[in-house]
Each structure stands twice: as C-alpha cells, then as structure tokens.
Write a protein that binds this ligand. Structure first.
Ligand SMILES: [Zn+2]
Length: 281
C-alpha cells in the first residue's frame, strides 16, 4: 500500500465486461489502445485484507463491492457531480491508468470500496457495477410513466437497463437481441415483447404493432446496425441514449430521418459510481 487511505483487497469475484473483450479481440477501444502485458477486469468484489493508517470506515475482513473509478478525491470538485467525465479520472483496467482486477490481490483507495450486506453474494456484488449503469441510464432519460421504451441489445447492460426501468415504474418495453437465450431472459425479467433481427425485420415488425410509438430508445449493443434501427424506430421528438460502447471510434447516423423526426441523442458514458446503488439497497 502506498497511501494511508489505501486498503489491500483479496479479489473474490470478477465480471467480464464487453469492454474487456474489445482490448482482447482487437487491441483496444477506439483511440484507447492496449499494449500487453496489461491486466483487465473492472467489475469486482473483494474482502479487505489490510488497511492503511488513514482508512476510516473499512475494517479488515469486510466484504465490499468496488467502484472502478479510482482517485475520487481528485475529482470530487467536478462541477455538476460529473466525476465520471473528469479528465483526471483513473479507471480500473483502462490501459495506462490502473491495472485491473483479474489478480488475487489489489490495492485501492478506501473510497472505491463499499461494504455489502451479508445476504449479498460476491457475484451479486460484482453485478452492482453494470446495474449502476442501468440506473444511471434510466435517471438520465427520466421516461414518463407508461412510456413505450425500446432497449436494443439484451446483454448484461441491456438487461440492467430493463431492471432499472422495471424498478422505477410501469412502461411498455420492447427488447431486441441476436441471441434467443438472452431474449428469453429479457422476457423473464419483464420485457413486454422481444424481437430478433436475425429472424425478423424488427423495424417493420414494430411499425406494424406499435407505429411511431417508441419515445425512448436505449442502444445497448454498440453496433452501427442497432443505431440505424434506433433511428428508424424512434417516435418523432423521441430520445436515443447510446450506452453500448462501439468497437470502432466512429459511428454514423442517418441524418434525414433524425432531422425529419427532430429526435434528440444523448450519450451515457458507461461509468458510474456504485455508491448511489448501494445507498438505495
Ligand atoms: Zn464494464
């Protein structure tokens, strides 16, 4: 441990995020390239093994969920509470920032560690990180009760957005994915109907059932194809939130339908403190 506020953690569980796969399969994400050796893994849960003299809240033996946004004391004064967009941020496993969690032990500041209840397993604690993205996405969008919502991409992030929406209110929710098993989970978790672009034209199918109804779309696949579908599906005046991280550094939009529909786009940088999630647990 190098700083008095540091704790030594025994890593108990690590999730593999889609953003871990980008460096593995194609050497990085957009302009952020990775040179190996480099340690990946930013979704983790741990037990505190030792603590520095400046550690105030955590005790040895405590079980914690980890917020991968490190060095929070440097970014606390960011206007508007947007610590996740601060240029001084250090993110666990982002190349050149902080080596990742796919290790047996890791040193992190106390402020990144949040005690979890005994009833919560370590894999559940790992899931708080993507679940925080779902909650943050819903908070950014603030859909009105009863709104028709589309979630394009039913991987872990899309499912977390679904859970956040389900917990917040009653909406009509349409989800897509290329994998039937993911769509089955989406239906189990409360999606009202689902579509598989590999089997059907989801835009035409949606138009026949719910013409011009999707006031809010969460793009959770990071694919050009799903962005195009989102633009076609959106109701005029609707909002598109881009949550999926594209493998490439550039994406494009069909300008004509966006202009004609006067739709708005928001990005959701997929980094959010787990603090807000755990405080509502
Ligand atoms: Zn992640």
């Amino acid at each position: 441990m190098t700083r008095p506020q540091d704790v030594l953690l025994k890593i108990e569980a690590v999730g593999i995020c889609g953003s871990d796969l980008h460096p593995y399969t194609c050497g990085g994400i957009g302009s952020l390239r990775v040179s190996y050796p480099w340690i990946l893994g930013h979704e983790c849960a741990a037990t505190v093994l030792a603590s520095g003299p400046g550690v105030k809240k955590l005790k040895v033996g405590q079980r914690v969920a980890v917020d991968p946004l490190v060095f929070l004391w440097r970014v606390r004064s960011v206007p508007g509470g947007r610590a996740h967009t601060c240029r001084h941020q250090q993110f666990l496993a982002a190349f050149g920032q902080v080596p990742g969690a796919l290790v047996e032990q890791l040193v992190l500041p106390e402020e990144c560690c949040f005690p979890i209840p005994d009833s919560m397993t370590f894999p559940q604690a790992v899931a708080t990180e993507p679940l925080a993205i779902g909650l943050y996405s819903h908070r950014l969008a603030q859909p009105k009760p009863g709104a028709k919502i589309g979630i394009l991409g039913s991987g872990p992030i899309g499912l977390c957005v679904l859970l956040a929406c389900r917990a917040a209110g009653k909406y009509g929710i349409y989800m897509t994915d290329l994998l039937e098993e993911r769509l089955a989970i989406a239906r189990q978790c409360g999606a009202d109907w689902t579509g598989n672009p590999r089997r059907e034209d989801v835009v035409a199918l949606s138009a026949s059932r719910n013409p011009w109804d999707w006031i809010l779309l969460f793009e959770c696949a990071g694919q050009q194809e799903t962005l195009d579908q989102a633009v076609d599906l959106l109701k005029p005046g609707g909002t598109l939130l881009m949550i999926g991280i594209p493998q490439l550094d550039r994406i494009s939009f069909k300008a004509d339908p966006l202009r004609a529909k006067s739709c708005a786009c928001k990005t959701c940088v997929a980094r959010m403190s787990v603090l807000s999630l755990l405080s509502t647990w």
